[in-house]
Ligand binder design. Structure first.
Ligand SMILES: Nc1ncnc2c1ncn2[C@@H]1O[C@H](COP(=O)(O)OP(=O)(O)OP(=O)(O)O)[C@@H](O)[C@H]1O
Ligand SMILES: [Mg+2]
Length: 468
């Protein structure tokens, strides 16, 4: 019975060796050849009947495998030539319970090795090409030259940001929505020595929390049920040598915050489902329009990560706090590619632009100018070319009261309330989370916001109508 199993095992073992794509030769402790496979014959031209059961030395004088048997040392990559055939041999002792009982040699035809090395070379070139393409795909568009106000309200910030570009420290950029956080992040990247490497923007709020970890860090093949074959490269890895821009960092799930801290401290990442860490060289720039300090107090943001990010922080002031930059910004938005102004602006329009509070900051100003240019009939933008909420902005309460339009205080207050809510709603999306953020910004509860929206018939996706 036992013998039958042994026979079966041997047959099984022989079949495996025969199906191996490399040449295999095995000798026992007496240097007698015990086994070769067909690939060995194909590579060396030595047929089994010539060699099997014979002392290796007698059939293959000079074979180094007998040395391996004697000294127990493995030998790797020994070059051999037989007639026209070139091949490379690896040799290893066979050890059972601490005793050398034989030796095995594995031969690879050089043509195969040669083919593989050619392929490797081709793939290396492809990889370099891909890396180049990747670099240009993920190029940051903006530089400090694009920042209007760099000599005005933002001059001190630009000076600090240029210093930040020289350093490898993480940077935290804060500021309300539309103040130019991404513009600054891109400019810092482009001013740094990483400029020719990728700039990868990631919006932490836009990627579902469950996917964010594998998006950022990648995963190993087979690490979860729907994992792709070959695994996935994470954004950190794609950004290697360059900059990753973590927008809305305040939305980063708590568990991932620990992982990010590790990246910042150790400079290494670990893929989902992987044991080993791999080193990466990525500059982190984070941005948020939330008060991270407050999130730390509420235990929604890790204090240690906050302090790590806070070292080099840049706060971009809201547009209403630096209205002196409005003329320069308007001029830059009116300018065509070549820098020539496409249109001018009526003085009254300017007065309105300066009076408005710009809750959506520069993005809102830019959109407003695009709208007005589209609406203008001639080469000058008039008040009636502006969006309705700007036209209705009270120009001057003293003038209004003197004109006696017959409105009550309640009407004035309600009109202002409606305009303010409407302008704020336009800065946020329409789902509940976004509405919550809008309510938060307005300093009211979500329920109050919904009540007011109902009262004023406010549908932010159809603003002009609701303002009628
Ligand atoms: N100082 C500036 N000069 C010229 N253009 C600016 C300036 N700041 C912002 N912009 C423009 O305003 C728009 C909004 O900027 P950006 O996307 O950088 O803002 P953000 O702070 O990232 O906004 P959000 O918080 O909504 O993501 C962009 O079109 C940008 O080019
Ligand atoms: Mg942004």
């Amino acid at each position: 019975m036992r013998k039958q199993y042994l026979d079966q095992d041997q047959e099984w073992f022989r079949a495996i060796i025969h199906s191996i794509h490399d040449g295999v030769l095995v000798i026992d402790r007496e240097e007698i050849v015990r086994l070769i496979n067909p690939e060995y014959t194909r590579i060396t031209g030595v047929r089994p009947e010539v060699i099997m059961g014979k002392p290796l030395r007698s059939v293959r004088p000079g074979a180094q495998l007998v040395e391996t048997l004697r000294d127990g040392k493995a030998r790797v990559g020994i070059y051999r030539k037989e007639g026209d055939t070139e091949y490379v041999v690896d040799m290893a002792p066979i050890v059972i319970e601490g005793e050398i009982v034989g030796a095995v040699s594995i031969c690879k035809g050089l043509t195969e090795v040669h083919k593989l090395s050619l392929e490797l070379e081709k793939n290396k070139q492809k990889l370099q090409q891909l890396e180049k393409t990747m670099g240009s795909l993920y190029r940051a568009r903006y530089t400090f030259d694009h920042i209007v106000g760099a000599r005005g309200g933002l001059s001190e910030l630009v000076r600090i940001a240029k210093k930040a570009a020289d350093s490898q420290l993480p940077v935290l950029i804060t500021g309300e929505s539309g103040t130019g956080k991404e513009l600054f992040a891109q400019s810092i990247h482009n001013e740094s020595r990483r400029a020719h490497r990728p700039f990868i923007p990631v919006n932490c709020a836009a990627i579902p929390a469950a996917l964010l970890e594998s998006e950022l860090f990648g995963y190993e093949e087979g690490s979860f049920t729907h994992a792709k074959k070959g695994g996935k490269t994470g954004l950190f890895e794609i950004a290697n040598g360059g900059t990753i821009f973590l927008d809305e960092i305040g939305e980063l799930p708590y568990e991932l915050q620990a992982k990010l801290l590790r990246v910042l401290q150790e400079g290494s990442i670990r893929k989902v489902g992987e044991v080993r860490e791999r080193e990466i060289d990525v500059r982190v720039i984070a941005a948020t329009n939330r008060d991270l300090g407050q999130l730390v107090e509420k235990r929604l943001f890790r204090e240690d990560l906050y302090y790590r990010l806070h070292v080099l922080s840049i706060h971009i002031p809201s547009l209403r706090d630096r209205k002196e930059d409005i003329p320069g910004l308007v001029a830059s938005f009116l300018a065509a590619e070549g820098g020539q102004p496409r249109m001018s602006v009526h003085e009254e329009v300017f007065q309105l632009l300066l009076r408005y509070e710009w809750p959506g900051n520069i993005r809102e100003l830019k959109n407003t100018m695009d709208y007005a240019m589209c609406m203008a009939e001639g080469r000058e933008i008039q008040v009636h070319n502006l969006p309705a909420y700007l036209q209705q902005l009270p120009r001057n309460f003293a003038d209004l009261a003197a004109a006696d339009p017959g409105v009550t205080l309640r009407e004035v207050v309600e009109n202002a309330e409606r305009q303010w809510i409407s302008a704020t709603l336009r800065q946020f999306g329409e789902d509940v989370e976004e509405r919550k953020r809008a309510a938060n910004k307005l300093g009211v509860s979500l329920a109050t916001l919904y009540n007011k929206m109902r009262k004023y018939n406010l549908n932010p996706s159809d603003d002009s109508k609701s303002l009628e």
